[in-house]
Ligand binder design. Structure first.
Ligand code: SAH
Ligand code: SF4
Length: 364
């Protein structure tokens, strides 16, 4: 097989039908191929038995079905499964075995988080992250590149195939800033929710952002998928937020909230405010009171995240008692606030941690 830039996970029924025609295949084969990929979970044309041998050969030669090579596959005691994948490069052979050297600048992470009712895929949108939040492992080495829409979709397909489970929810909360790769993220969200694609309702898709007001408005105007927008607020004042998040200097909290209100007005979807609790930094009752005041100005739910410590970073996990007090200040003020369960801590499931592990101790 030779490398080709055409990726099956980027195709729509229309583009694939045109491609089939251009390659001497019947247009209706497109629907059959997409059914194999999404309804039956296939990632190898050889499995597509209702296609002729010749058609299967053309597909195998001219279309890429797997760009991700699994570098590490870890399962936590709570069932959380985390993959570190290395993305194929132009020069790579596209055979099943990856002969090329490990290269962190081509690696991202994705996670499957099972709960009683859900199978949530947490996927990456960029290789590394350009934002560089002080507490986060993903941005520590800056940005190495964007993922294409196909590679964003492929992560969900791969997690589903490996675990043998149907994915019910997708969160864009892995590596990278989704709104800094907006076109690819929107195209991927459409394929993930399309009935001919992964068929996951937009209501079960969450896009998390550090907050780019113009991009939030574009998302509201252009994304025809009713996804939940999660704003990573993390601090109730601009001064504190700027200490934690370098890109906070580009927009005030007031501007971000305006953009969130615009998103709610256009989509009818309540906003999620994410707040990662860092011990003694932003987890005091006065922070909670100020956050409650902010939260009451828009239709939202607050998601409290206990910090997962990252080696070589100075931040600490909050004390359980402080987390409970923080939550009760919010709920007493009439704000819906949930404490997010920490999953997969024993496999470094916070975004960016596994890749850093592989950078530093090599062979994962
Ligand atoms: N860049 C986007 C999406 C990816 S990060 C964003 O920042 O929203 C997804 C979420 O994980 C963010 O809310 C982020 O603050 C949080 N996060 C990052 N590192 C973490 C850590 N070590 N422990 C807990 N949450 C973390
Ligand atoms: Fe990037 Fe999000 Fe990590 Fe900040 S928290 S560095 S925006 S991935």
């Amino acid at each position: 097989m030779k490398y080709t830039t055409l990726d099956i996970f980027e195709q729509t029924p229309e583009t694939l039908a045109a491609w089939c025609e251009a390659h001497g295949m019947q247009r209706y084969r497109a629907a059959q191929i997409l059914e194999w990929v999404y309804a039956k979970g296939a990632a190898d044309p050889a499995e597509m038995t209702n296609l002729s041998v010749a058609d299967r050969e053309i597909l195998a030669e001219e279309m890429t079905f797997r760009s991700a090579h699994i570098v590490a596959d870890r399962q936590a005691s709570d069932g959380t499964r985390k993959l570190l994948v290395q993305w194929r490069d132009q020069g790579d052979d596209s055979g099943a075995v990856m002969p090329v050297a490990l290269d962190a600048a081509r690696q991202t992470e994705c996670v499957m988080i099972p709960t009683e009712k859900r199978r949530t895929a947490c996927i990456s949108t960029q290789i590394g992250c350009p934002v560089g939040c002080r507490f986060c492992a993903s941005g520590m080495d800056g940005l190495s590149g964007n993922l294409t829409a196909g590679r964003i979709v492929e992560q969900v397909h791969l997690l589903s195939q490996l675990t043998g489970e149907r994915i019910s929810n997708v969160v864009f909360m892995g590596m990278g800033e989704p709104l800094a790769n907006l076109d690819a993220v929107m195209h991927a969200a459409r394929i993930i929710s399309a009935p001919w694609g992964l068929g996951i309702s937009g209501r079960r898709i969450t896009i998390s952002t550090v907050g780019l007001p113009r991009a939030i408005r574009r998302l509201a105007d252009e994304l025809d998928v009713p996804a939940t927008l999660a704003l990573s607020l993390h601090a109730p004042t601009d001064a504190l937020r700027r200490e934690m998040i370098p890109w906070a200097k580009y927009a005030t909290i007031a501007e971000l909230l305006d953009a969130c209100r615009y998103y709610f007005d256009s989509t009818g979807r309540e906003i999620t405010l994410e707040y990662v609790l860092l011990r003694d930094e932003n987890d005091r009752p006065e922070h909670a009171r100020e956050l409650a005041r902010i939260a009451r100005t828009l239709r939202c739910n607050v998601n409290l995240i206990r910090y997962n410590e990252v080696e070589s970073l100075p931040y600490r996990r909050p004390l359980s008692r402080d987390v409970r007090i923080f939550q009760s200040v919010l709920t007493n003020a009439g704000v819906m606030a949930h404490i997010r369960a920490s999953r997969g801590r024993d496999i470094a499931a916070a975004c960016g941690q596994l890749r850093r592990g592989s950078i530093h101790d090599k062979g994962v």
